[in-house]
Design a protein around this ligand. Sequence first.
Ligand SMILES: [Zn+2]
Length: 385
Amino acid sequence: MHIKSIYLRLLTLSIFYGLFIQYGHSQQYGKMQTYTYSQPYTVDSLHSQMEGEVKNVILMIGDGMSLMHVYTAWTANRGHLWLDNADAVGLSKTYCLDRLITDSGAGGTALSSGQKTTYHSVGVDSLGRPLESLCTLAHQLDMSAGIAVTCRLWDATPADFCCHNVDREEELDLIADYVDADVDYVFGGGAKLFVNRPDKRNIFEELEAKGFQLPKTWDELSKITSGKVFAVPYPKDTPLPKERGDLLARASIKGMNLLNQNPNGFFMMIEGSQLDDYGHSNNLDLLMQETLDFDQTVGAVMKWAEQHEGTLVIVTADHETGGLTLLGGDLAEGTVQCRFSTNSHSGVMVPVYAFGTGAQLFTGLYENTAIYHKIKHLLEQKVKK
Ligand SMILES: [Zn+2]
């Protein structure tokens, strides 16, 4: 009798556990989601000059953006994307030093420094030693450098280019690293950790002492015509795409115009930061809004490059997020039907699109670290002449 009751209890528990597991999974990933893009935009056909000397390099990172994200956004916009103007396309292998499935810390560090490092590291090697990023390389070559992102500045991707830490969660230390970063223009969110800090430092005051102008709004930033700029208009991330409009494109072009005042040219990193967040939360609606906003930023940057000789634009990702799969839809109506397979990152090669001078170097299959080395090679060629 006693044994029978234990058996019955175990049976009931296992049935409930089984139901919980199944229910939990179907809630998170299994559900088919449908999205229709209501306001498609037109895309011009652009023409670049691939031959010649590279003067400026703009590296654009869609955080968590795979070919599936791009093809889904392309379908939603009725078969048009600015990315389609790419002169060359390649594929990048994203695994990091100690894991097959990487994160933005190690994935972005591979792009910024040319070295594979350990999971969750930003701007350091596997022994914790600081790595020189493309921003530092630009300064060594007497070029200017900058970044523009839609996330908080302690987030991994901007930190990969400006900060050094074995742990991407060390938010206060990461923000403090910006004081010594090799940058002349910064646009991003995260103002709340620059002041009222436990270490009593006021990072904004320290940046001001280093000669940075500190606009607090887009209006203030838009009026600046020269000099170093550190713009952090939001306490955390920037607002959602519908609220912020073309802010990322405006902030990027503003930075490029300021950095371009250096006759030796510039390096700039621009990130569509929030694609990753909506991949994690399996939110197809916001994911498509972010991806299409990022593509329109790519368009604005490519148009600028078309007008400025010797400019190279590279668009890639650090990894995939969400295991997004396009399973149906309608190209004429801009409708897509998708499922996610995880609320984390997945392992797949990510695309590399290149437009402008030197783009031909980016075709083929390579490690994510090769992107850094190709950019370095192009910039050093210029100096050797
Ligand atoms: Zn992520």
